[in-house]
Design a binder for this molecule. Structure first.
Ligand code: KIV
Length: 259
């Protein structure tokens, strides 16, 4: 399994880090065998796979259930699991209990949590102290959608400084990597240059130390593609064509065997 220490070496060697999301066994197995570095059991699960309008309704039990399936398909990649909304923000002991359950019940390598407010920094320090690797996530943080919307962050000078300070504080607290979501490319570049730990960008330009995409977006399965995402194949079209071909066969009752 890829280790968090190796990830920092990748940054030093200028080797870009490839991250994709997975929520189930078959996709996790394909990604792992294809050589993806990190598989993120992201809470985008709530919207993309479960049909919610935000990530907020996702429970820790559901996340653990999906992470267990992912882990069964992975041999090499580092698996990182998102802590769902309100499973870590309240206080340090809630965060320890949630992150501890994720590591104990799934065998994953790390957790990810959103934001960089001082109270959260204290939580990251405690988690790292007790041996739970933490990936940070700043910029557009979907668990704050009611406050931020899904808009690009870091457009004003004040906001830029806040995001930079959050990233630096997360590194100081012991995070091993940070996702930078939907922020201007020059800000992501500045953060990536200032940090020793690797940054993983999504909608944050090419200067991050790695990139993450939601796999359903990459495969062309999502209803609506975010402005910064790219579909590398049209699986929606391919699935529709296959289903229609099957329908025709069934209705003709010619080309398939029926017992
Ligand atoms: O939940 C998720 O998939 C994420 C990525 C978009 C970074 O957090």
């Amino acid at each position: 399994m890829l280790t968090i220490r190796q990830l920092v070496q990748y940054k030093q060697q200028n080797r870009k880090i490839v991250v994709l999301t997975a929520w189930d066994y078959p996709i996790a197995r394909i990604l792992d065998r294809a050589g993806v570095d990190i598989i993120l059991v992201g809470d985008s699960l709530a919207m993309v796979a479960l049909g919610h309008s935000s990530t907020l309704p996702l429970t820790l039990d559901a996340m653990i259930h999906h992470a267990q399936a992912v882990m069964r398909g992975v041999e090499k990649a580092l698996v990182v699991v998102d802590l769902p909304f309100l499973t870590y923000q309240q206080d340090v002991s809630t965060a320890i209990a949630s992150a501890g359950r994720v590591l104990k019940e799934t065998g994953a390598g790390a957790v990810k949590l959103e934001g960089g407010h001082p109270h959260l920094i204290e939580t990251v320090v405690r988690l790292v102290e007790i041996g739970i690797p933490v990936m940070g996530h700043v910029g557009l943080t979907p668990q704050s959608v009611k406050q931020l919307g899904f808009r690009q962050q870091g457009k004003t000078e004040v906001d830029r400084q806040r995001i930079l300070a959050e990233a630096l504080a997360l590194e100081q607290a012991g995070a091993f990597s940070i996702v930078l979501e939907h922020i201007p490319a020059d800000l992501a570049q500045e953060i990536s240059e200032k940090l020793v730990i690797p940054t993983i960008g999504i909608g944050a330009g090419v200067h991050c130390d790695g990139q993450v995409l939601v796999t359903a977006d990459l495969l062309g399965l999502s209803d609506q593609l975010p402005p910064f995402a790219k579909a590398y194949v049209d699986l929606r079209g391919a699935i529709t064509a296959a289903v229609q071909a099957y329908q025709q066969d069934v209705r003709r009752v010619t080309d398939i065997e029926v017992d």
